[in-house]
Unconditional design. Structure first.
Length: 278
């Protein structure tokens, strides 16, 4: 069995500075890391699908490093639109995959984690909210997928498919068709995992399953109106646990960060009579 935790959109900030004056992203991220560390089964890896920071500030990356120290497994990262690739190469050079990634404007790499292959892509465009992979990186993806047919997770920040949330769709991935052409040729891609939209969204894409992870912080309002304003709500944060079973294949489980009452045994009603019955 292989377990990979996916978290996303931490939006870490300099200490004491709430995101949009409301969302205490640092506190919420710390809670998520504690929840991961407390999982009953130790994950083989944690994957953060972009927007590690809110401003690509060295203090924010230092806070990420501090949070990651409490985890019992490697942490794999990639840039989101709030990050800067050059800053990540500099500040997180000792993170697995980052230091060994090919030189260039894009930070991409591939690693094997248990029975899964993880292929990390860089969809960030410096100074822009939308995403683009670019021809060189897409060619690298094609070669990488062709070279190893292990069941694979492809990870990037920007989702390549329209979600119905208009203000996020306009800042999605620009070269969706080029990505789809590659993925549709490689049937061992079990999941395409993304972030960016701050919501749980699951959809088919290019012969695989696209899984968008909710943020550890705030969530985009679920409003499908074409003119819906860009707003967020403080919904319960969560993350995905992707589980590969050698026989059953890959399943993805949503796990809430907040601790709720329980657990309670399902058989506690044994011997209880329903009111009004004999």
């Amino acid at each position: 069995m292989t377990l990979i935790v996916q978290i996303t959109d931490l939006h870490l900030r300099p200490r004491g500075l709430a995101c949009y004056r409301v969302s205490d992203t640092n506190m919420l991220a710390a809670r998520a890391f504690r929840a991961i560390a407390a999982l009953p089964q130790k994950p083989d890896a944690v994957v953060i699908t972009g927007d590690l920071t809110d401003g690509a500030d060295e203090r924010e990356y230092a806070l990420l490093r501090q949070l990651c120290r409490q985890l019992p497994c490697p942490v794999y990262v990639m840039p989101g639109n709030h990050d800067l690739t050059a800053a990540m190469r500099s500040e997180l050079a000792d993170f697995p995959g980052v230091g060994d990634a090919p030189a260039g404007d894009k930070l991409h790499y591939a690693v094997t984690i248990g029975g899964l292959r993880l292929v990390v892509l860089d969809s960030s465009v410096a100074g822009k909210p939308y995403g683009r992979l670019g021809g060189e990186q897409i060619a690298w993806l094609d070669q990488t997928l062709a070279a190893d047919h292990t069941p694979t997770l492809v990870a990037l920040h920007h989702p390549p498919k329209v979600t119905g949330i208009a203000h996020m769709d306009v800042i999605g991935l620009a070269d969706t068709e080029a990505l789809a052409a590659i993925l549709s040729r490689h049937h061992h891609v079990e999941r395409l995992i993304c972030g960016h939209v701050h919501r749980t969204i699951i959809a088919r894409f290019a012969g695989t399953v696209m899984t968008l992870c909710p943020s550890t912080a705030h969530a985009c309002v679920l409003d499908f109106s074409p003119d819906a304003p860009a707003e967020f709500v403080m919904e319960p944060p969560a993350f995905f646990v992707h589980r590969l079973d050698p026989e059953a294949g890959l399943s993805s489980h949503l796990h809430y960060v907040e601790a709720y009452p329980g657990p309670y045994p399902f058989f506690a009603d044994k011997g209880v009579s329903w009111p009004g019955t004999k």
